[in-house]
Design a binder for this molecule. Structure first.
Ligand code: MEV
Length: 441
């Protein structure tokens, strides 16, 4: 068994790498060389990245691509996307171009409320707790003034603090359910700092609240933390066009296409197995932009999937209808994003991504991200109900297969051309490549 390592975080980067290479690999020199190969030659830049997390040993690259031609609320955008999946940027670009010729995307932010909670236990009389909450509530605002001052200058702050009785579901369990406006920051640090201060003030005040008995004074704070579920921080994005404009070639019947497209959405509405994959396609677009703009994709994922299940059954995040010959397709999702704070002013590529988007505020970024999700879903569903997904997907994946086979640049060019009119499958590429190699040996 491998011996535990003590004080690992205190070791230098080289020492950490040496430990890793010697402990888990046979060819430690090759491992060390490989890890160092990914270091940036600009030492200052490398140090910046090293300090994002603990125990950094190297960088992990993902491609940053752009999907141009997105017309959103009459402004043209090239959307930055960080993702490993071959076909995502191509699909987004295709959908952007398609809707560019049909008036583009419209997006609106419907609400921007963030949430945080202080979870606590109290086993006394409820009326006394309510009386205590009403008496301490102004103190909660005063005690957090040092945290809220700057946020208030920017137009944000604490919107409301509510006492919630959850004892029906868990004996003794109550919350301070708090809502916040965090303007252009995602607000996690702001919210958590406020909540921790609320908890301290709330606990300390209880100890001297006269109406409480000795036992009632012992309010037990369990934890204070923001919620990534933000059902009142909602953005809507949509596209629409007359049905007959939905198809690009006369060989496809527009009504038939619209009907099949709507069916696909209805299926995702009622069938969770399909809804999960349908929404995964949406997240292909959303996560890629969230990552490229330095936001927290785990928070976004958690919040969006919870929203998709808010009515008790996991369902599609997009919807479509045809009314009076007009096809309309839309998405409504919660998105808690920031364009200041966090990585946004630190990571050079995040700064570049935001600049490319015209330095959006948080609401504008919500609109762009929602559009990326809608575009991705349009592209996926369109392929699914027409050609099937594999045609486009495998065309994009062809280069990955050729890279696995260690094809040269000339061989790659040859096979991209060769497969132009053929179906790409892993085995078809391997067979064709092997035959080519033996012929040219
Ligand atoms: C693949 O990454 C995403 C899709 O499966 C989405 C979908 O099925 O709608 C193509």
């Amino acid at each position: 068994m491998i011996a535990p390592v003590a004080g690992f975080s205190k070791l230098s980067k080289n020492e950490k790498i040496a430990w890793l290479a010697n402990t888990y690999f046979h060819d430690s020199e090759a491992v060390i060389a490989m890890l160092k190969n990914y270091w940036n030659s600009d030492e200052k830049l490398q140090k910046l990245h090293d300090e994002f997390i603990e125990n950094t040993i190297t960088n992990f690259y993902l491609p940053l691509g752009i999907a141009p031609n997105f017309l959103i609320n009459d402004t043209m955008h090239a959307i930055p996307m960080t993702i490993e999946e071959s076909s995502v940027v191509a699909a987004a670009s295709k959908a952007a171009k398609f809707w560019l010729d049909r008036g583009g995307f419209k997006a609106t932010v419907l609400s921007t409320e963030k949430v945080g909670q202080v979870h606590f236990m109290y086993y006394g009389a409820i009326e006394k707790l309510e009386a205590y909450f009403n008496s301490i509530k102004p103190e909660l605002f005063i005690a957090t003034k040092h945290i809220t001052q700057n946020m208030e200058k920017r137009g944000g702050g604490i919107s409301a603090i509510e006492l919630r009785d959850k004892t029906d579901e868990l004996n003794g369990y109550f919350q301070l359910h708090c809502t916040f406006e965090t303007v252009d920051s995602m607000g996690a640090n702001f919210i958590n700092s406020c909540l921790e201060q609320f908890a301290k003030t709330f606990e300390a005040g209880a100890a001297t609240f006269e109406a409480f008995s000795e036992e009632e004074r012992e309010i037990q704070i369990v934890m204070s933390i923001l919620s990534n579920y933000v059902p009142n921080c909602i953005v809507k994005a949509e596209v629409s066009c007359p049905i007959e404009e939905l198809v690009e070639s006369e060989s496809v019947d527009a009504n038939e296409f619209a009907e099949k497209f709507l069916r696909a959405i209805q299926i995702a509405k009622i069938e969770p197995y399909r809804a999960v994959t349908h929404n995964k396609g949406i997240m292909n677009g959303i996560d890629a932009v969230v990552l490229a703009t330095g936001n927290d994709f785990r928070a976004i994922e958690a919040g969006i999937h919870a929203y998709a299940a808010k009515d008790g059954r996991y369902t599609s995040l997009t919807d479509a209808e045809v009314v009076d010959g007009i096809f309309k397709f839309w998405i409504e999702i919660p998105l808690s994003l920031g364009t200041v704070g966090g990585l946004t002013s630190l990571h050079p590529l995040v700064k570049l991504a935001l600049e490319m988007l015209g330095k959006p505020n948080a609401k504008e970024l919500m609109q762009i991200v929602a559009v990326a999700g809608l575009a991705q879903n349009f592209a996926a569903v369109r392929s699914l109900v027409t050609t099937g997904i594999q045609k486009g997907h495998m065309k994009m994946h062809l280069i990955n297969i050729l890279n696995q086979l260690e094809a040269t640049e000339a061989e790659k060019a040859h096979f991209v051309n060769y497969f132009k009119d053929k179906t790409v499958t892993h085995s078809a590429v391997v067979t064709a490549f092997t035959a080519y190699k033996s012929q040219h040996a």
